[in-house]
Design a protein around this ligand. Sequence first.
Ligand SMILES: [Zn+2]
Length: 329
Amino acid sequence: MKKTTLLIFILSAILFFIPNNQPAYSWGFFAHKKINRMAVFTLPSEIIGFYKKHIEYITEHAVDPDSRRNVSADEAPRHYIDIDHYGTYPFDSVPRWWKKAVAKYSEDTLKSYGIVPWHIEKMVYRLTEAFKAENLDLILHYSADLGHYIGDSHVPLHTTENYNGQLTNQKGIHGFWESRIPELKSQGYDYWIGAAKYIDKPIDAAWNAIKESHAAVDSVLKFEALLNSKYSPDKKYSFENRGATLMKVYSVEYTTDYDNMIKGMVERRMRAAIITVGSLWYTAWVNAGKPNLNRLDDKEISDSLKQADKANEDLWKNGQISNSKGHND
Ligand SMILES: [Zn+2]
């Protein structure tokens, strides 16, 4: 083998494994941030001013929960639910309410297979309490977090044990669907969804999101398998520079063909996430007794929240090893 051929071979072998080493967490940075940001524009006049004032915070911190997965074993199950673990008709079997679900399956089992719908409800409750206390730090913190978990609940592959196609020889599809497609295609998405609505039972909204996401799992996998059968690996993947790193990625052609096959599914799920985020922020504020947020006008984010955020940022930068289980490669 010639030296250059050998070099290319070794380089390709190394690069080939890069996508599989990426953790399969949730919507990529871009989509999470976009969902939180656009949710602000669904809000009614009483609260849109407050959220607009803090839109950069809400946007930038849309991905904080993913960084916490690196340090807390409790964090991972909050981002998904392997609903197919619970049988062929899981939505009839799994109790909607946390306490009933714990009684039926035990808390350990629930945590083993993910708890995102219940965690969304918990976050709505905490945000409500933050509004009641008129605590700026906590309102921003829980708003950003809630947006993240709602976003995750709208991703089909966050509702199945086959979350990264690992059971069907489609490893990598998680990041393909939720990161690569938005990265390449979302510039053309329509993010104007209408006005946030009050939601009587947040837990129902969370379960509806899971139900709709899960209904799409078959298509997500089936169409990718079909497309894969028509592509040779050298056309399916390409290499792109990411900073100083050359990454193996799904090619633009492959991504475009797949996006066409699933007929705007990623856009639809993003839009549904955005309106649900806006609606649950609004619901928390209403349930708190509609506090006048003008009273928070002269308040600034506290030093302690800034410090906590800084620590969170460092987690990303230092790339700490994940010790959390669930939906990781
Ligand atoms: Zn997540």
